[in-house]
Design a protein around this ligand. Structure first.
Ligand code: QUE
Length: 355
């Protein structure tokens, strides 16, 4: 079978497993279009390989599973396109092919074991959360941080976030809160906990034994979760169905936890917050395919607007963490402005899937 490995992603077919490693440790294994283009056809091959029982994936370097999409490259391409007046394919192709990969992972006919040892945010969540098994370790950090860069919780966030308990999905998707292994396990975002020192033996065992048996044997207790004690406050504060209402509820709460969250939300893109809240409401009733199709519409509207480029400047380029959003206030973002993000794209521009 073809080995489509590159310097950014490697594939190994051993025993009953297909093993995938993200190999951009200096960029925290942020997902590039090249990685997506190598991975997608490999998965298509592996789906048909009768001797392959599961896929196992992890990130090289011990710090990160995958920190997200390579949004810096997408930002550079989009800015160059805006300046030259000529379209750059990357602002379309990156998300089109990333979301297609998310869907292929979600519909993959055999178990996918994601070893989430280190940072797993944004695009990294999209690679792992839709598969059958997610193994967290003492080094795991999970978040959907897109609202800080003028985006919204994509890569299937519309599908998995609204299915979390109570208002937890709104909380994670709007605030970008970072959580660790015990809370991931509590929410079902992780299925197992394994100390990172045991991972080499775990990976070796997956060459010859079925994933459910191996994971049961390596699993241990991650310790107490912190979110159960916050669930009632989260449900109360994120119950309002407007961003303004959520902020008012956080202000009314009067706790340090709530005032810190309100301050964090007030620094995020007003457009992102309003689009995200509606996105998470719509997603509750959608299939993974319809959720990703909606997200593709949203992300293409974000590419045509300003906040994404300003968010990348403030967070990843200048790192001043002081973005100047347009519009700057929630009051300036009308329901009609939000609705325009959700409108269908031109015929032929919509996200489509192939088997
Ligand atoms: C929100 C995001 C991302 C982010 C920061 C945010 C994201 C992403 C990265 C990232 C981090 C380190 C890298 C890199 C990218 O940061 O998606 O190339 O080396 O990929 O606040 O959504």
């Amino acid at each position: 079978m073809t080995d489509r490995g590159t310097d950014e992603i490697s594939f190994r077919r051993t025993g009953i497993g297909g093993f995938v490693v993200f190999t951009r440790p200096k960029a925290l294994n942020a997902l590039t279009l090249g990685m997506i283009r190598a991975y997608e056809p490999t998965l298509a091959d592996w789906a048909k390989d009768a001797n392959l029982r599961h896929v196992v994936q992890w990130g090289d370097g011990g710090k990160s599973f995958c920190a997200g999409g390579d949004v810096r490259a997408v930002c550079d391409a989009g800015l160059a396109a805006k300046r030259s007046g000529r379209a750059d394919p990357l602002t379309r192709d990156f998300f089109f092919e990333e979301y297609r990969l998310n869907r292929r992972l979600a519909r993959f006919p055999k178990p996918i074991v994601s070893i989430v040892d280190g940072i797993c945010m944004g695009g990294g969540v999209g690679l792992s959360v839709h598969g059958r098994y997610r193994v967290a370790t003492e080094r795991t950090l999970f978040a959907m941080p897109e609202s800080a860069i003028g985006l919204f919780p994509d890569v299937g966030g519309s599908f998995f976030l609204p299915r979390l308990p109570g208002r937890m999905g709104d909380f994670l998707g709007l605030t970008g809160e970072r959580i660790k292994a015990a809370d991931m396990l509590h929410l079902g975002l992780a299925t197992h906990y394994v100390e990172s020192a045991k991972l080499p033996d775990l990976i070796k065992a997956l060459e010859s034994e079925s994933a459910d048996v191996v994971l049961k044997r390596f699993h241990s207790d991650p310790g107490p979760a912190t979110l159960p004690a916050l669930q009632a406050q989260i449900d109360r504060c994120f119950a309002p169905r407007t961003v303004e209402g959520i902020l008012a509820a956080l202000d009314a709460e009067g706790s340090e936890w709530a005032s810190k969250l309100a301050a964090r939300l007030r620094k995020m893109s007003p457009t992102s917050l309003k689009v995200s809240l509606r996105q998470l409401e719509e997603g509750a009733g959608l299939s993974i395919e319809d959720a990703l199709r909606m997200e593709f519409r949203l992300v293409q509207r974000c590419m045509a607007a300003d906040d994404f480029y300003e968010g990348i400047r403030a967070v990843l380029i200048d790192k001043d963490h002081a973005p100047k959003w347009k519009p700057a206030t929630l009051a300036e973002v009308s329901a009609a402005d939000v609705a325009r993000y959700f409108a269908p794209l031109a015929d032929g521009d919509e996200l489509t899937f192939v088997d």
